[in-house]
Write a protein that binds this ligand. Structure first.
Ligand SMILES: [Ca+2]
Length: 152
């Protein structure tokens, strides 16, 4: 269930008391298996977030195909103890706080091939700041304000 990480929004008991069937499995177990199969099948690629927090510094630490947000200006300088939030293109990051990165971003490297938009509120709301493709040593008036992001 690797694609289910952070995606559960509710949970419910499996219903009637389990009844063993011919295979020795029970109906409740079969029911849950089926639900999980359906969930896996219905999740489009773009919802597999892949957003991750790493430690490091320098623009070279930013991978291709992702927006990398640095905790400090100048791509964390030379301080490898500082954090970088890596957001793969197509994975909207709706709440940086889930990764312990709320109101921290101070510089960015955009290697996604398209503009990435930062928002000062969760769920892509509030005011925004656009990060063009390339390297941005400081986020200017958006310093320490980013809480969510999405590619345009
Ligand atoms: Ca910062």
């Amino acid at each position: 269930m690797r694609d289910f990480n952070d995606k559960a929004e509710s949970v419910a008991p499996p219903g009637p008391l389990p009844v063993s069937n011919r295979d020795g499995r029970n109906d409740a177990f079969e029911f849950l298996c089926r639900i999980f199969e359906l969930l896996e099948m219905s999740l489009p690629e773009s919802t597999s977030s892949g957003v991750r927090l790493v430690k490091g510094s320098g623009a070279n630490a930013a991978p291709e195909g992702a927006l990398s947000l640095y905790e400090n200006t100048d791509f964390n300088g030379r301080n490898d103890d500082k954090s970088i939030l890596i957001i793969p293109d197509g994975a909207s990051a709706n709440d940086f706080n889930l990764h312990g990165f709320k109101d921290l971003a101070s510089s960015a490297v955009n290697r996604t091939g398209r503009t990435q938009r930062l928002y000062n509120q969760e769920n892509l709301s509030g005011t925004h700041f656009d990060v063009a493709v390339g390297e941005l040593e400081r986020l200017e008036d958006f310093n320490d304000r980013a809480r969510s992001a999405v590619g345009l």
